[in-house]
Write a protein that binds this ligand. Sequence first.
Ligand SMILES: Cc1ncc(COP(=O)(O)O)c(C=O)c1O
Length: 355
Amino acid sequence: MESTVKNLHIEKAKSSKIGQVDFSNLSFGSVFTDHMFSCDFKDGMWKTPKITPYQPLLLEPSARVFHYGQAVFEGMKAYRDDQDGVWLFRPDENFKRINKSSVRLAMPEFPEEYFFEGLKTLLQLDQDWIKPGIGNTLYIRPFVIATQAGILASPADEFKFVIICSPAQAYYGGEVRVKIAEKFSRAADGGFGFAKAAGNYAGQFYPTKLAQEEGYQQIIWTDANTHEYIEEAGTMNIFVRLDDKLITCPVGDRILDGVTRKSVIALAEDQGIEMEIRPIKVKELVEGMENKRLKELFGSGTAAVINPIRGFGYQGKRYELPQMADSYANRFKKQLLDIQYNCTDDKFGWRYRVM
Ligand SMILES: Cc1ncc(COP(=O)(O)O)c(C=O)c1O
């Protein structure tokens, strides 16, 4: 197979594992395709990128990633349309974001040409894993880790950039009820909440586990200083509908600049929905329940696209949202899926053809 990236080295898998996979019964992120892309950074430069059969990484136990968490990642998807075309959704945003995350974690930026050519070639090789049908996707996980051996607590100067892919079915987050954080925090000003850094997720697991023991699925993180303002939910940005107005909080140091979030904002503005981007007080949600102005709460993110939130818990009280027949959540989910699967015009230029 030819690649336009000079020196992209391709070693094809001898046989495919695809025959062993039950595509009607996939558990998210547990099965991976036949190939992976990787590229090493050493001596101040990215070396020859390569595509190899999917395989374990060989790392020194002293590699910095294991000790100091110098690791960032991305999450994106490939979609197959009814005419057999394969598409990505705003991949330039993921590319820019992984480099932004890397810079914050003192890691080198990855070249754009390597990223796109590597990804496209990988998807071409593993194209049979991208199944048609709305909801079926190939989840793509690029990541960068510090591979340098030695446990000196300082930034590494050797890294590995990798892309692995996992077939996924429609992700339905179910009836999500969230606990609003009153004690734990996810991110602080000056920190790296905006980065898709591994440590941000590790730090969420314990408080989320406690919330799950109380019957919630996720936590809505609040600002670390006062816990008075909502920020984001697990791996989703958050939207609030008060009457017919849609509100989401601004992104900054503490909040990931979600691709789905910015797409929902663009769709809402385009459709003349009143949209406010401003800090949102927890008190507004509680008051909105009392005076019935709170119509919807939903999360946005690549995995679930849009996930309606059915209820929330705060200060020991549980609140249940009304069920909406014509919800913004359903409307935006359908509109985004239609764009992603090439079922409608792409007036914003968000689709990116792979093949
Ligand atoms: C912390 C966090 N917030 C928000 C999001 C949503 O971002 P996106 O819409 O780019 O998937 C994600 C998932 O990527 C996330 O991990």
